[in-house]
Write a protein that binds this ligand. Structure first.
Ligand SMILES: Nc1ncnc2c1ncn2[C@@H]1O[C@H](COP(=O)(O)OS(=O)(=O)O)[C@@H](OP(=O)(O)O)[C@H]1O
Length: 293
């Protein structure tokens, strides 16, 4: 049996990965070990592929996070992994299991996802001690340390990040660039057999979670008991529920051709039989703000 996680839940960031991974962990999947000094969320997210310092410690270091005596399969649910198909492939190839790892990705309307990202960053900036804030968090702060509005965030952070080239997947704009799903998925589809990749819809997670659970169980070949809970990382009372028309239009006009590419890519690369086909289009009215937490 591979020492590496059997299942990679690679993202997208802010697309319900915490709810899905908690269900899988409670149903028997092994999480990552959390080493001294690491934040608790390393249990869910090993951050091996996206953090250079971790990645350069190599495959054995990654495997050591999942050492265990029981035979249960392990799960890494680092949502940042979406941007690192090549690294995942290289590591699993060197471990001899590039053709058996199972990869799950959840896609959410990119505008709703961006808003969720913004709310998460704002929530952390308000709750954490300033010394704990990373450059990633500081994407929502202005030079005078006040917090940007969502419109300002879209104008000054999201759109510039979206317009940069792929080299930025290693940099700060990566979180916004997650929404360019076709760019990422084309790499995964090139490197792995399409039957190893299950693409899920966040809409289905909201509207028919039981069906989504069935798809996951069929894909991993294992019955997993339990229900999906609602896991929300940003319960701030000032959470922005709806983007302004202007912010929505700016993001929409940028995202539209990317979303079209995504639908075409998914039609051209047929996935495992339990995947939704055709993949549902993101609706403009989607859950941007419809989930009141
Ligand atoms: N069960 C269920 N169904 C539908 N939606 C859910 C569920 N659980 C969590 N959520 C919403 O998912 C958003 C958080 O996604 P992630 O867990 O992937 O975030 S993270 O990347 O790990 O930070 C976050 O979205 P927003 O509320 O829009 O911010 C959560 O509310």
């Amino acid at each position: 049996m591979s020492l590496l996680p059997t299942v990679q839940l690679i993202g997208a960031q802010k697309a319900g990965t915490s709810a899905i991974s908690e269900w899988l962990f409670e149903g028997g999947f092994r999480p990552s070990r959390v080493f001294d000094g690491e934040p608790y969320y390393y249990r869910k997210e090993a951050h091996f592929f996206d953090i250079d310092w971790n990645f350069h410690r190599g495959m054995e270091y990654y495997a050591s996070r999942y050492e265990g005596t029981c035979g249960a399969p392990a799960l890494d649910a680092t949502p940042d992994t979406l941007a690192f198909a090549q690294r995942v492939h290289d590591i699993y190839l060197s471990a001899g299991c590039a053709t058996t790892v199972k990869i799950i990705v959840v896609l959410r309307d990119p505008i709703a996802r961006e808003l969720s990202l913004y709310n998460h960053l704002v929530y952390d900036c308000q709750r954490l001690d300033p010394s704990q804030l990373s450059d990633w968090h500081k994407q929502v702060t202005k030079t005078d340390n006040s917090i940007m509005s969502f419109d300002e965030f879209v104008r000054d952070v999201s759109l510039p990040a979206l317009a940069t080239d792929e080299a930025q997947d290693y940099g700060l704009g990566r979180s916004s660039r997650h929404g360019l799903y076709a760019n990422h998925l084309q790499d995964w589809f090139r490197l792995f057999d399409r039957n190893q990749i299950l693409v899920l819809s966040y809409d289905e997670l909201c509207n028919n979670p039981k069906k989504l659970q069935q798809r996951v169980q069929g894909f991993i070949g294992r019955i997993v008991p339990g229900d999906l809970c609602h896991k929300n990382s940003s319960n701030s009372p000032i959470k922005v529920q709806m983007p302004s028309c202007e912010a929505r239009q700016c993001l929409q006009s940028f995202m539209k051709p990317h979303n079209e590419r995504l639908y075409q890519l998914l039609e051209a690369h047929i996935g495992p039989p339990m995947e939704q086909r055709p993949f549902p289009r993101f609706s403009n009215e989607e859950s941007v703000g419809s989930i009141i937490s």
